[in-house]
Design a protein around this ligand. Structure first.
Ligand SMILES: Cc1cc2nc3c(=O)[nH]c(=O)nc-3n(C[C@H](O)[C@H](O)[C@H](O)COP(=O)(O)OP(=O)(O)OC[C@H]3O[C@@H](n4cnc5c(N)ncnc54)[C@H](O)[C@@H]3O)c2cc1C
Length: 450
């Protein structure tokens, strides 16, 4: 930690004292850069936060798996090696949770608040920001960004490039879909082969619809409203047993080559990433609980052994069209002195948000000292995630958790756990080399795995 902060060094504005903003502020301060951290709570609340603490966890208290053979476990290890405050304090305030890193949310948020507010050169300013401050700035206002600032962002980015709602369909790995069931086709043979289609008989369709209706759901929060054009799959199923067969599961324009006939209903899988390793279930946004999604969607022919890398959800979420607006350094394409970090960049989850804050902080500090911003290699968990959010070729952008489906393939064939072990080894090796090349290393390399 650099404890001396010179008055001659440019101050950086960090807007939002959540996981991303606090991590960014920490990375700046430890490099001797003074920070103005703007947080509107407690005077102005969001719909989900209940305290005035920095880095409040709004829902679960889990930072997910610690295993290096999961995307979340690997990302945490990378963050730890890069000196993440959220990981340090998460580990210091952990509670027993098997192979996951879960934290005592109150103690964790208190510890972050205490550590961040006493950083040398940091001014914690408790007020709502309603326009982007002048000067070098990191916007990290999260999924519940306050209204006036959202309006300014709409003006800056274009109304069609700021989203307020997240309707996420589940995503599965391509290799876990049963290829003997799925057939490639697009409706009426437009762009043939773009979709993977899973055909259902009438009996299979009814079994699925009934299970969707009966499945356990996450309660709808008072501030959540659904759009008619984007209803949860269970709401469509509840409205009538045939609703889905006339909606996202309609078989119109599709013929199953195995039977030569039009199926009763179809689940369409749309390619999710450039590499074609991930597919989403079109129209299956849902508020079913994660275990129920696994159970119910496994009833779909072809998905009995599917590996779900992301479950479906629906909630209010402010995020920008990052592929259009962000560089992988997290700088705005329209001006290098504006950074975005956290969930507003289209990453999804506590640790993903904090990790993007880490890089935004490192890069803003590099700009202040006349250096060049950097991006981690695409073979690392953080690099793969940033590659996903900032890929300008991506259409229909939706937020994403870190997962192995985002990583570039290995140069040799291997499957299952071994494949993830190889990817994790490659990630940590490449991270080490890159961090040293950036003049930031060596990192802390003692691996911690549950
Ligand atoms: C209801 C809900 C539940 C979620 N549950 C989970 C979960 O269980 N697990 C998980 O991994 N992820 C969850 N997420 C997703 C996400 O990971 C978290 O929201 C995470 O906290 C995002 O980090 P962040 O730093 O980007 O935003 P936040 O942690 O939300 O921090 C943003 C901060 O900016 C402040 N702010 C907003 N606007 C302004 C302004 N104009 N001026 C000044 N300050 C402002 C806010 O008060 C807040 O403190 C959830 C999201 C929501 C909305």
């Amino acid at each position: 930690m650099n404890t001396h902060v010179s008055d001659n060094i440019e101050r950086v504005n960090v807007v939002g004292g959540g996981l991303a903003g606090c991590e960014a502020a920490w990375q700046l301060a430890r490099r001797g850069v003074p920070v103005d951290l703007h947080e509107m709570r407690p005077a102005r609340r969001t719909e989900a936060h209940t305290t005035g603490h920095l880095a409040e966890l709004v829902c679960s208290n889990s930072f997910r798996s610690r295993s290096l053979t999961t995307g979340a476990g690997l990302l945490k290890e990378e963050m730890r090696r890069m000196g993440s405050l959220m990981i340090e304090l998460g580990e210091a305030h952990q509670v027993p949770a098997g192979s996951a890193l879960a934290v005592d949310r109150e103690r964790f948020a208190e510890a972050v608040s205490e550590r961040v507010s006493s950083l040398p050169g940091l001014r914690l300013i408790r007020r709502e920001i309603d326009s982007i401050p002048p000067g070098l700035t990191i916007v990290a206002t999260g999924p519940l960004t306050a209204g006036p600032l959202s309006e300014r962002l709409r003006e800056l980015l274009g109304a069609e490039h700021l989203y307020y709602y997240d309707a996420i369909s589940p995503v599965v790995t391509a290799e876990s879909v049963d290829a003997s069931v799925a057939f490639r086709a697009s409706r009426y043979d437009e762009n043939p082969g773009d979709y993977l289609n899973l055909p259902l008989t009438q009996a299979e369709y009814y079994r699925l619809v009934d299970s969707v209706v009966e499945a356990e759901k996450v309660p709808v929060r008072s501030f959540e409203r659904f759009f008619e054009g984007c209803l949860p799959v269970e709401e469509m199923a509840r409205r009538g047993r045939e609703t889905l067969a006339f909606g996202p599961m309609r078989p119109t324009g599709l013929v199953d080559p195995a039977s030569g006939e039009r199926p009763y209903a179809v689940v369409q899988l749309r390619q999710e990433n450039r590499e074609g390793t991930l597919y989403n279930l079109v129209g299956f946004q849902t508020k079913m609980t994660w275990p129920e999604q696994k159970r119910v969607f496994s009833l779909i022919p072809g998905l009995a052994s599917a590996v779900f890398v992301r479950y479906g959800s629906l909630h209010r979420n402010t995020y920008i069209n990052a592929p259009r607006h962000l560089l992988p350094t997290l700088q705005w394409r329209g001006g290098p002195r504006l950074f975005f970090a956290g969930q507003i960049t289209g990453v999804e989850g506590y640790i993903e948000s904090a990790a993007s804050g880490l890089l935004a902080g490192v890069n803003a500090a590099r700009l202040v000292s006349g250096g060049k911003p950097v991006t981690p290699p695409a073979t690392t968990a953080l690099g793969a995630l940033l590659n996903y959010v900032s890929d300008p070729g991506r259409r229909d952008f939706q937020p994403m958790n870190v997962n192995f489906g985002l990583f570039p393939s290995l140069p040799f064939k291997t499957k299952g756990r071994r494949k993830k072990e190889f990817m994790a080894e490659r990630a940590l090796r490449d991270l080490e080399r890159w961090w040293l090349d950036c003049g930031e290393g060596p990192s802390s390399t003692a691996v911690r795995e549950a």
